[in-house]
Write a protein that binds this ligand. Structure first.
Ligand SMILES: C[S@@+](CC[C@H](N)C(=O)[O-])C[C@H]1O[C@@H](n2cnc3c(N)ncnc32)[C@H](O)[C@@H]1O
Length: 450
């Protein structure tokens, strides 16, 4: 990794008083957190969970508010901002998901812009940044009493809804969400959103162990055991507990604030197609920090369907959003400047897989190439493991080749070992019989404007 001055952005001089961290603290960090980069490959090993000192755990505060699929661990963004940002930098994340990039940027007092196809981004972001409301135990009990006695009903506009719940649970949910949708107090509404969604999911036949929305014998028996005895009482007790969890998480997040009193501006564009939006941008940002969608086996809109319908989205809206999801959508071709991409493309025999591979790179690179001309300093692209027919796809290398051709400098690729996602681990690659190191890691590609 580059030392000293090279950690400071080239485009603007940062005086010691403008640094995000006091110098002594920065020096301490430097000892533990600057990995050695291999001069040839520009790769370095890192454990973001260990080097980032500010955020105690991956699920601390609002970072553990909601289980969004394949979300950033906040320490990745924290590391980037600590080492590469100046206090007045503005950050963009075009695939923001649950909004981790913005939530970490806010801790440091940086302004940010977040985009995502998934409309959940908007509500999750609004919940996460709100100051924790002061509620006494009796306030909370009154709230639950109000919910229980509500006579209004809300029925999701989804023809398939009864497939996912026992009929008596569905009836209860319709009343509780009837109360929710009529609420005028915005703070209470935000506070209750995630607890309602979580409790609704717990009482649904959806299996949370699967990546996609899916009913399983395991989840059916979970619901059956939840429904023994006075299950309605249990439902509201769980809901109350979840509200308390949100209150705690909001307070924890506020304790992490280290923004020097700077005012933060946030632009949130949820429910938008980044391919469309990136064609016509008039803004500029200093840093782009993002983790693009997975190459396969992840359908974010489908995974969010239950939540979206209960929040009031219609079947037609959800279908429209799903049709724009990467890599399942048709996309105009761009010129991809990567020999590795073209070699892989030729070697994939199966038409369906080749099409998905093609769509993935044409859409992600098209968006990032459009945005690159509006990024003043650096791009940070965090890519997870992906395989085609058991072969790990070198997504990071393809990104590096494309952008270095366009004049960006490849500064480093930091390789983080995945601890939590055992799902992807295999000892040997069945196709080659060789030990498969790439499958254990996620790659943070760091590109600097040349
Ligand atoms: C790996 S996730 C990002 C997770 C995020 N870093 C977080 O911490 O929650 C990739 C995101 O890309 C989004 N996505 C997929 N297709 C998209 C499109 N056409 N336009 C914008 N976002 C899209 C998905 O909805 C998903 O949230």
């Amino acid at each position: 990794m580059n030392e000293g001055k090279q950690w400071v952005k080239r485009t603007r001089t940062v005086t010691p008083s403008q640094r995000l961290l006091p110098l002594w603290e920065e020096n301490q960090l430097a000892q533990v957190s600057r990995p050695r980069v291999d001069l040839e490959t520009k790769e370095a090993k890192i454990l973001f969970r260990q080097v980032s000192q500010h955020i105690p755990s991956t699920t601390y505060g609002v970072f553990g508010l909601y289980r969004y699929p394949a979300k950033f661990i906040p320490q990745v963004v924290d590391y980037i901002i600590e080492h590469y940002a100046s206090p007045d930098d503005v950050v963009i994340d075009p695939f923001a998901g649950s909004g981790t990039t913005g939530l970490v940027a806010r801790l440091h007092g940086l302004s940010y812009e977040l985009w995502d196809l998934n409309p959940l981004l908007e509500v999750l972001h609004r919940v996460s940044i709100m100051p924790p409301p002061r509620l006494s135990t009796s306030d909370l009990e009154n709230l639950i009493r109000e919910m229980r006695s509500c006579r209004h009903r809300f029925s999701p506009a989804w023809s398939n809804i009864s497939y996912w719940f026992p009929p008596e649970v569905l009836q209860l949910l319709e009343r509780v969400f009837g109360w929710f949708h009529r609420l005028e107090n915005e703070t209470i509404k935000l506070l209750c959103t995630v607890p309602l969604l979580k409790t609704m999911r717990l009482f649904s036949f959806n299996d949370p162990q699967r990546q996609k929305l899916c009913r399983s014998p395991r989840s059916m028996s979970r619901v059956a055991s939840l429904m023994q005895g006075d299950w309605r009482e249990h439902f509201f007790a769980l809901l109350k507990k979840e509200i308390e969890v949100v209150l705690k998480k909001l307070s924890e997040y506020q304790t992490l604030m280290n923004n020097g009193g700077r005012e933060v501006h946030a632009i949130i564009r949820a429910g938008v197609d980044a391919l469309d939006v990136s064609k016509d941008v008039h803004s500029e940002w200093d840093l782009l920090i993002t983790s693009p969608p997975y190459l396969q086996a992840q359908e974010y809109i489908r995974a969010s369907k239950l939540d979206l319908f209960w929040l009031g989205y219609t079947e037609e809206e959800v279908r429209r959003l799903a049709s724009m999801e990467i890599p399942y959508r048709p996309v105009p071709q761009i010129e991809i400047h990567s020999p590795t991409y073209h070699r892989w493309h030729q070697e994939i025999r199966e038409k369906r897989l080749r099409l998905m591979f093609e769509r993935y790179f044409h859409s992600v690179l098209s968006i990032l190439t459009n945005l690159a001309s509006c990024v003043r300093s650096r791009m940070f692209l965090f890519v997870g493991p992906a395989k085609i027919r058991a072969n790990p796809v070198p997504i990071d290398r393809i990104f590096v080749e494309h952008f270095t051709h366009l004049g960006w400098e490849h500064e480093a690729t930091l390789v983080d070992t995945i601890i939590a996602r055992v799902l992807f681990r295999t000892q040997t690659n069945p196709a080659t019989g060789l030990e498969d190191h790439r499958m254990h890691a996620e790659h943070l590609v760091i590109l600097r404007r040349g």
